[in-house]
Design a binder for this molecule. Sequence first.
Ligand code: DOR
Ligand code: ZN
Length: 420
Amino acid sequence: MTADLVLMNMGLPTGRRADIVIAGGIVRHVGAAVRADDTIDCSRFTCLPGAVDMHVHMRGGVQAKKEDWRTGTVSAIAGGVTVVVDQPNTVPPITTPEILRARLREAEEHAVCGFAVNAGVTPDADLAGMWHAGSMAFGETFAAPSSYGGGLDPETLRVLLDRIHTLGGLATVHAEEVAGPAPATLAGHNRARSGAGEARAMRAISALAPERMRLHFCHASTAASIEAARGTVEVTPHHLFLSYTMFEEDDTRARVNPPLRDEETRRGLWSCWDAIDVIASDHAPHTFSEKALPFEAAPSGIPGVETMVPLLMAAVQRREISLTSVMEKTSWRPAAILGIPRAGFEPGDRADYALYPDEVTRIDASRLHAKCGWSPFEGLSAVFPEEVIVRGERAYACGDHLAAHPAWYPGQGYLSSQNK
Ligand code: DOR
Ligand code: ZN
């Protein structure tokens, strides 16, 4: 057998070192190397399965000034993310199979990593049509208004969750409570969309959803929310690594929904690390000029797909979290929740990897690849990958993006209609 690629001396999670033999985008054999077209010596790297970021807003279309499929996925790859799941609050929102197919064509043409697209959840959306056309999951479903998403009232939400359950789909939910007038500061934003309100919303939605439905809560920002959520729960790097007290009081770059919390709440979130199912970035870029608006008018959202795993790898180096917990929460759990083939170190696994050196650097927005050109994580410690492999091909090496043939990952609704 001739392999496409052999990853030599790869450190496995078991502590053993072995050669990973890859052909056709899949691990064929783990053990001694065979003849190969290409080899990479992994002895000086820590190797992670490619991350599946199940919450990104790739923008594009009329929002291409913020980001597009090319820049957003180049940014993903440079941060060790090999599959992104795009959210449907685009302009126009993804509410019909036709809009979904157009979105998939846009991604197919420009994406450089694996991708999937979720279906929008609004009262008039064709949920069944999008499910059979290949949407990955439903939502983020806005149970509270946010940038580019109107909030659904509880009764409408109940009806829509019921429909998603009948289809056998996964509902992903943005749960918050919003109170009071438009805030002018980060502290005011934190009060208007409080942590307590978020936990209440998660508890209420957990109660109104059909009993056995597949539920996933997006971006829980407090320990109490993690406890309140039923199903699986996701946390973002910005809620783990940033608090609003780290910024000037009206710094719009740190304006995001749910808001950044105070230091004590941020530390409380870390204390729940083991209970977190998924780390996802909620990559939601806006341009400099949009963020230059007065606080009340500036859009919420921050970029983060490229810095997510690098920030976590710096925490691994500081021995704050284990390497396997990072693999679980950034790759294996999201893949299992969504039904995407697992990337890993066993025969049959998808051959997506990122290779990290030991060197810790500081985040410098001017070196990142997202179109917006800024990052709220500026100056924080991070470990960026040197090499990234997508489906057995080198997609990124020492700062250069190389050719890649990324795949579309359709949801279960499409897969089961193909198998009939
Ligand atoms: O801050 C946010 N921005 N939260 C969301 O839920 C949406 C996102 C966006 O699309 O800009
Ligand atoms: Zn959201």
